[in-house]
Design a protein around this ligand. Structure first.
Ligand code: ZN
Length: 496
């Protein structure tokens, strides 16, 4: 088919452009000196202009819309790909090029502005940029002219098929089931014997332990590596090049450990996607939510289990003999699952974590329903913190300025984090019918777990929607009660 050839040729070119832009992106976030950014933003805007021209060219549009017309004659996977691409193209061709380029430039600059604002705890430095970012998004939604409420357009971007209605139901369930449970754990829970979460641990040795963890999780070093960055993340272009970062805080050793394990979950997923999708539009993880389910599974279900530390605590003690001299494995395990009302989402424990997401969901929902404006964010933020966790931030750096997401124009992204944990609990329920998970973890056989994940979830890339995948793996639709039950079981045993 002539149109198919035309489509595939442009798709290959676009992939090459995006590949190069990704590599510059990785460099920006790990290596590049601060002073390089204005020039970098200028150069990138030239390239993104080229990409925009190609991705909205008449030739490309003819191919995509032409194939869409004939989609019933395509094989089912190409049909799915074309439907997805058409949906994205619809959105892109409706944005004037001027706006597109200006928005990309704004995003590049905003991340630096946000970093500065956070460092100097100065909300006013960032407010103007954030307002522009929100306004662009509102403007874009008007261009798309979809028959959807504003926030639903954004939610669907990050998790196909998700709406305020579905999220409201999910978060209402969590609010009803978990808020009282969290309160009970916080007020009546057995305290830790010894708290090591504020002890000092040398950063170099932390790094050594993280390198050890890479091998524990059987990560393929030939196709991946680890670096350091302010905000840990996973980066990939295809399964043979998947990198991730962690960060070392000498006063909080669990930060580097669980960030590394979390990102290893994302990275392992990307490495295990079948390479046959490389040159298609169905490469990479299935969705944001499914991706987060894999990182949360690694971090919380495996990494914070007793079975895991029974095996790996001796190695940790060997690296830190003085710091851990008075800490038993049981103490360490309880410390790794310490529950407290805290300010920073990325440092939050597994149990209170969803409260942090609810705050962001509420704020974004109100912002894009025009119930509040950007100026209101610091106040609303602090009010919600009090409502869900009973605490109020002392400054903006530990409040409304803490996350990188909004500075990158990512609105509608946060809810997938909580969704991910809920998917993970549902997958876990099924996995336990096939595998003796505790036994494998204790024996250090993470390979067997990875191969289950590859077989059931990872290999399929984006060829299934999140809800199809969940249905295929677990045999039932999305059910948030697995998550509620998982948390209640684990934290009742630990604390009550
Ligand atoms: Zn993640």
């Amino acid at each position: 088919m002539e149109l198919l050839k035309q489509y595939e040729a442009i798709r290959h070119k676009l992939k090459a452009y995006r590949y190069v832009m990704s590599v510059v992106g990785w460099d920006s976030q790990t290596e590049a000196p601060k002073g390089a950014f204005p020039r970098r933003a200028d150069m990138l805007s030239v390239i993104s202009q080229d990409v925009f021209q190609l991705a909205t060219s008449k030739e490309y549009q003819d191919a995509v819309y032409g194939l869409y017309e004939q989609r019933e004659e395509l094989d089912p996977l190409m049909k799915r790909e074309i439907e997805r691409v058409k949906k994205g193209l619809d959105k892109q061709v409706k944005i004037p090029q001027e706006d597109y380029v200006a928005y990309n430039k704004l995003i590049n600059l905003s991340q630096r502005v946000w970093e500065d604002a956070k460092e100097s705890d100065d909300w006013n430095k960032f407010q103007g940029n954030l307002k522009q970012l929100v306004d662009y998004n509102r403007k874009f939604i008007r261009y798309y002219d979809l028959d959807m409420e504003d926030y639903n357009v954004l939610l669907d971007d990050f998790e196909e098929g998700m709406t305020m209605e579905l999220y409201d139901h999910f978060f209402d369930t969590l609010r009803a089931e978990l808020v009282p449970f969290v309160r009970k754990v916080l007020s009546e829970g057995k305290p830790l014997n010894k708290d090591i979460t504020t002890r000092l641990f040398d950063a170099k040795k932390q790094q050594e332990f993280c390198e050890y963890l890479i091998d524990v999780f059987a990560y393929d070093r030939n196709h991946g590596l680890m670096k350091e960055s302010v905000h840990p993340f996973t980066w990939n272009t295809h399964p043979t090049d998947v990198r991730f970062t962690t960060r070392y805080l000498e006063g909080y050793v669990f930060s580097s450990i669980f960030a590394a394990i979390h990102e290893l979950g994302h990275a392992t997923y990307e490495q295990q996607v079948d390479e046959k999708w490389n040159d298609t539009g169905l490469n990479g993880g299935a969705s944001m939510g499914i991706h987060e389910s894999q990182s949360r599974f690694y971090e919380n279900v495996i990494g914070r289990s007793k079975a895991f530390w029974e095996t790996h605590y001796p190695k940790f003690q060997q690296l830190f003999p003085d710091e851990t001299a008075d800490i038993s494995m049981e103490d360490f395990y309880r410390n790794a699952n310490k529950v407290e009302a805290s300010f920073i989402r990325v440092e939050a424990d597994e149990l209170t974590y969803p409260m942090h997401i609810m705050i962001r969901y509420d704020i974004e929902r109100m912002l894009f329903s025009n119930e509040i404006e950007v100026e209101d964010l610091p106040d609303v933020w602090n009010t919600k913190m009090k409502e869900y966790l009973g605490i109020e931030p002392r400054n903006h750096a530990e409040g409304v300025l803490q996350d990188v997401h909004w500075s990158a124009g990512l609105f509608g992204y946060f809810p997938t984090y909580a969704l991910g944990s809920a998917y993970a609990a549902q997958f876990l329920h099924t996995m336990k019918q096939d595998l003796d998970l505790d036994d494998l973890v204790q024996r250090g056989d993470i390979k067997a777990i990875n191969s289950w994940l590859k077989d059931k979830i990872h290999q399929f890339g984006r060829s299934k929607t999140p809800l199809e995948l969940l249905q295929d793996v677990t045999g039932e639709p999305f059910n948030p009660m697995y998550y509620v039950q998982y948390l209640k079981d684990k934290y009742t045993e630990l604390y009550l």
